[in-house]
Design a protein around this ligand. Sequence first.
Ligand SMILES: *[C@@H]1O[C@H](CO)[C@@H](O)[C@H](O)[C@H]1NC(C)=O
Ligand SMILES: *[C@@H]1O[C@H](CO)[C@@H](O)[C@H](O)[C@H]1NC(C)=O
Ligand SMILES: *[C@@H]1O[C@H](CO)[C@@H](O)[C@H](O)[C@H]1NC(C)=O
Ligand SMILES: *[C@@H]1O[C@H](CO)[C@@H](O)[C@H](O)[C@H]1NC(C)=O
Ligand SMILES: *[C@@H]1O[C@H](CO)[C@@H](O)[C@H](O)[C@H]1NC(C)=O
Ligand SMILES: *[C@@H]1O[C@H](CO)[C@@H](O)[C@H](O)[C@H]1NC(C)=O
Length: 513
Amino acid sequence: MAENKKSLQSVSSVSPEAYRHFSETIWPVLKKGPFKTVLFFLLLFVAAHIASLWTNTSLTDVAVLSSFLPFKSLKQSAEILEFPFNCSNIDLTKGCSSGTYHHNHTSSPSDEECPHYFRWIHENLRPWKDRGGITRDMVERAKPMANFRLLIVNGTMYVERYSRAFQTRDVFTWWGILQLMRRYPGRLPDLDLMFHCGDKPVIRSDDYKGLFALAPPPLFRYCANDSTLDIVFPDWSFWGWPEVNIKPWGRLSKQLMEANKMMIWSKREPYAHWKGNPETSENRRHLMKCKSSHNQDWNARIYVQDWEKEAREGFKNSDLTKQCIHRYKIYVEGRGWSVSEKYILACNSMALVVKPGYYDFFSRSLMPLKHYWPIKEQKLCRSIKFAVDFGNSHHPLAKEIGNLGSKFVQEELKMENVYDYMFHLLNEYSKLLMYKPTVPQKAVEFCSEVMMGCFGSGLAKQFMKETMVMTPSNTEPCTMPPPFNSTTLHAFLEKKENQTKEVETWEKQNRQL
Ligand SMILES: *[C@@H]1O[C@H](CO)[C@@H](O)[C@H](O)[C@H]1NC(C)=O
Ligand SMILES: *[C@@H]1O[C@H](CO)[C@@H](O)[C@H](O)[C@H]1NC(C)=O
Ligand SMILES: *[C@@H]1O[C@H](CO)[C@@H](O)[C@H](O)[C@H]1NC(C)=O
Ligand SMILES: *[C@@H]1O[C@H](CO)[C@@H](O)[C@H](O)[C@H]1NC(C)=O
Ligand SMILES: *[C@@H]1O[C@H](CO)[C@@H](O)[C@H](O)[C@H]1NC(C)=O
Ligand SMILES: *[C@@H]1O[C@H](CO)[C@@H](O)[C@H](O)[C@H]1NC(C)=O
């Protein structure tokens, strides 16, 4: 029994909330219960539930990176997770006064057109544009599904928190928006939005079809898919992910680029690599079958992330910048999209992307055979083996795809563009608001200084210091590309499909040989 409780306690370093829930509500009942067997199964159920809470997150997806945190950050994560967001000992008004930007900063216009993926902003907001705008009622109907409501009124950000998000996802999302406001002082319009930090989209388009259907509630989150209408926004990891020691993207992307120069493509191992938690999706479980055995080599090097082993060995493989040693890297979604996609693409290795079911804010603009090699879900192992064989006998093409994938994340996805994406999305969104946002009573004013103050110590604070925008941008945001029209959208989607089909045709021909 004590044994069981102890092991749960150690799980609590991963999810103290779950543990607290357990210890406060379930444990006392269990202790009184007379039947040891029932107790045992209950415990088993709770443990499984906690484990599922754990795998529920895309945290596990980062395991793909095969790197991972040094052990101390696992412990540290407990500290950060316990982060009470107790700012009551800070005078909020006073804390913010120094940080309020009332700039008369002038910046030169930008003649740069934004990257292609900005076009999806128009598509994402189309359901409300078609209905003439967004009413307060539509926004408030998203409340039951939101972790928080965020407002910008008169250049100041306010947050009303409805429920906790996993780890510090919400905190770093607020942080990112605050930095956007420092980058473009006085340029963010008044707005009012609902945000959910979970993995999977929930606003099903089917529920809002038909002449008399309600308008869908606008809900922001990190990903969506073809049957949902959630509005996609850059995820927290661009400002860092302290719980797993993933550095802010600005620094990490540069380090990855440097590391790539040290490990030229032809010297990399001629196999496809994946490491992660196979339990988060069907495709990942299938991928396990592609492990090589003595009588079958699928050209794939597949590893399951073993936390305990990693810990025992002192997290030797914890440096992301040392992970790009294979010519091919497999990307397969876990639950929802996976944060790991940009790190995999950044390797300068040809990314083998198992057909994704979700998209984040940039991934819809990735083109098969240009930025990555598409892999079919069916006949997964066969497709992977074919991709590796093909690449190894067509070096220039494989290298080119690896290069262009990396170039995409290094250039189109650089922080300046991530900020500009947020800028344009929020501006386009606010143009649709048909009412003047007012600050709800329970909302709290936020500014960078206060947020830093609310963090006692640790990696989170360090990441905030690192990513704090110190000077406003001296150029205007890039210029929004026009919306797709039916011809250009159709042509783009058709090209994607054609490129994918082309790979399938090559594969079929190969099989017939
Ligand atoms: C927050 O901090 C105040 C003052 O330091 C303290 O009185 C209060 O109990 C704290 N609240 C929580 C939930 O920890
Ligand atoms: C801009 O701000 C500076 C100091 O902050 C002030 O001296 C100057 O007059 C301002 N310019 C305008 C056009 O408001
Ligand atoms: C915003 O600014 C306007 C004009 O300065 C002012 O009338 C209004 O009260 C301000 N609103 C809030 C919520 O501070
Ligand atoms: C989109 O995501 C939702 C929620 O995860 C899921 O139920 C649905 O099947 C997905 N749709 C498609 C087309 O993948
Ligand atoms: C769509 O846009 C393209 C390029 O911007 C243009 O050439 C074409 O005429 C447009 N088609 C329609 C149907 O508007
Ligand atoms: C896609 O392939 C079809 C048939 O091969 C071709 O007619 C069409 O022009 C292609 N479309 C694009 C956008 O490449």
